[in-house]
Ligand binder design. Structure first.
Ligand code: GLN
Length: 497
């Protein structure tokens, strides 16, 4: 039996086994998280806030259910502490999107994913740091503070869901939920050495997710293992009448996809992703991962996504356009911050001027510009057409392969401050993750090694991205799990863990 002090190091499946055997309680599991937060979060800064009493009440309820004989078959997450990105509504808790403009806003209802986590028995707690309104790749755009990377506190944890990735990698919680619009789950998961899944658009309800770019946003899990990712997805996936884009189709049993080898699977390597600018150690690790997949029985073939070059440009038109419309609701009247003015127009502009940070303003201005009459056809409409071409590239590639692999990010975690002066450099850290959102298919990032072979580079995690067909999550889990079990990178702990 693991001592209570080691509880935090368990993954979800390890924890539920112990909870089921009554070797620990939900309350102790939660306490293990609080203890670790007290230990490391002063440096890590992953949590914006957490409500101890609310979490303890949930844990006590889980302990009552466990005592009355409720099993993890009925409630798969019974007693498991799970934390949330500050973009998901949790009734009675602050929801600020790491923005000043939402200062003081308290969620009046639960996001559907939160309702589902609770129905599955999870102890939902905490607000995790992020780039303001999920715009960024490093958490440096948070209005609160920058979260650091648990492998090296001089580096960023990735973003925009940096707090989600850092908290799981540092064992402050057993899993977390974030959102991915252009890579915000997969990129920080890669840079923090954990598993991050962006589900297919339409698989998980976005009800109660503060919208950034509604046609790209998806909610997904951060976990310490592939099996845990399947467990969390199982809990949150499925049709929700309150999100009209959620797809009314049955959810498969994802855990059935775990186990076995990869014989009969065809995996694509993207010709156009063979670009310069990929860090040599990232490249080496990903090539080794490809050989490992082959040794597990997969056949690898080259595929072409001819419009990949345009993905970043297309994304940085469509995402800001949608953001400019979505963020119009923060008007100083309805939510959060209000800076008074002589009339509503002045109140509105003062509030928005004081409440939004520089990156959010940049996106709103960019988005308003590409949607304005005269420019709409030249930019927005054209970007939508290119988006269709990108989607068609994927559908064509998936006619001949079951999945596609690539690095998740071109480089390992960069230094805090390294890219803040150059938005374009920051945008380019998403080149491998963005097209998946434009196409609407699914993707996962799993640990595939470390830098540090060279003496001038510290030991930093590297992520392998596996992209799947629309609703191809089972195949992603099958490949990711076989790779994980045959390599064991996920068993390595960050120094702060
Ligand atoms: N880094 C990208 C952006 O800034 C993606 C963010 C996200 O996925 N939320 O838009």
């Amino acid at each position: 039996m693991a001592g209570v002090s080691m509880l935090r190091q368990l993954n979800i499946s390890g924890l539920t086994e112990r909870l089921a055997r009554r070797e620990c309680s939900a309350r102790e599991s939660l306490q293990a998280c609080f203890d670790q937060i007290a230990q490391v979060d002063g440096t890590l800064k992953a949590f914006l806030s957490y409500d101890v009493a609310n979490a303890e009440a949930q844990a006590d309820e889980a302990d009552r259910l466990l005592a009355s004989g409720v099993t993890h078959r009925e409630k798969p997450l019974l007693g498991v502490p799970i934390a949330l990105k500050d973009v998901l509504c949790h009734r009675g808790q602050p929801c600020g999107c790491a923005s000043k403009i939402l200062q003081g806003f308290v969620s009046p209802y639960d996001a559907t994913v939160v309702t589902r986590l609770k129905e599955a028995g999870a102890v939902v707690f905490g607000r995790l740091n992020m780039d303001e309104f999920a715009m960024g790749s490093s958490t440096e755009n948070s209005s609160a503070w920058t979260t650091v990377n648990p492998w090296d506190p001089t580096r960023i944890p990735g973003g925009s869901s940096g707090g989600c990735a850092a908290s799981v990698a540092a064992n402050e919680c057993f899993g977390s939920l974030g959102s991915d619009t252009g890579g915000s789950i997969r990129q920080p998961a890669a840079l923090c050495g954990i598993v991050g899944l962006k589900p297919t658009y339409g698989l998980v309800s976005r009800f109660g997710l503060v919208a950034f770019a509604s046609s790209l946003d998806q909610i997904g899990p951060f976990t310490k293992s592939v099996g845990d990712s399947a467990t969390l997805l199982q809990a949150i996936a499925g049709h929700d009448p309150r999100d009209s884009t959620s797809v009314p189709q049955p959810v498969p049993d994802y855990r059935k996809a775990l186990g076995g080898d990869l014989r009969g699977l065809r995996i694509g390597l993207v010709r156009e992703f063979n670009v310069g600018g990929v860090d040599p150690e990232v490249d080496t690790a990903v090539r080794a991962a490809v050989r490992q997949l082959e040794s597990l029985g997969a056949e690898t073939v080259e595929v072409s996504l001819p419009h990949s070059d345009y993905a970043a440009a297309t994304y940085y038109i469509i995402a800001p356009a949608e953001a400019s419309a979505n963020l119009a609701r923060f008007d100083g009247i309805r939510y959060g911050l209000r800076v008074e003015g002589r009339d509503p127009a002045e109140l509105n502009s003062r509030t928005r001027g004081a409440g939004f940070g520089p990156e959010v303003k940049r996106r709103i201005i960019l988005g308003t510009y590409v949607l304005s009459s005269g420019y709409y056809d030249a930019f927005y409409l054209r970007a939508q057409k290119v988006r269709t071409l990108i989607r068609n590239d994927f559908l064509k590639a998936f006619e001949s392969v079951d999945a596609i692999v690539s690095p998740t990010t071109p480089t390992p975690a960069f230094r805090i401050g390294e890219k803040t002066e150059d938005p374009l450099q920051m945008y380019l850290s998403d080149i491998f993750t963005i097209s998946c959102n434009l196409a609407g298919n699914c993707g996962i990032s799993i640990p595939c090694g470390f830098t540090g072979a060279r003496s001038d580079v510290p030991r930093l995690p590297i992520g392998l991205q596996i992209l799947g067909k629309p609703f191809g999550e089972e195949t992603l889990f099958r490949i990711a799990h076989a790779y994980e079990q045959s390599t064991g990178w996920h068993r390595e702990h960050a120094p702060m863990a």
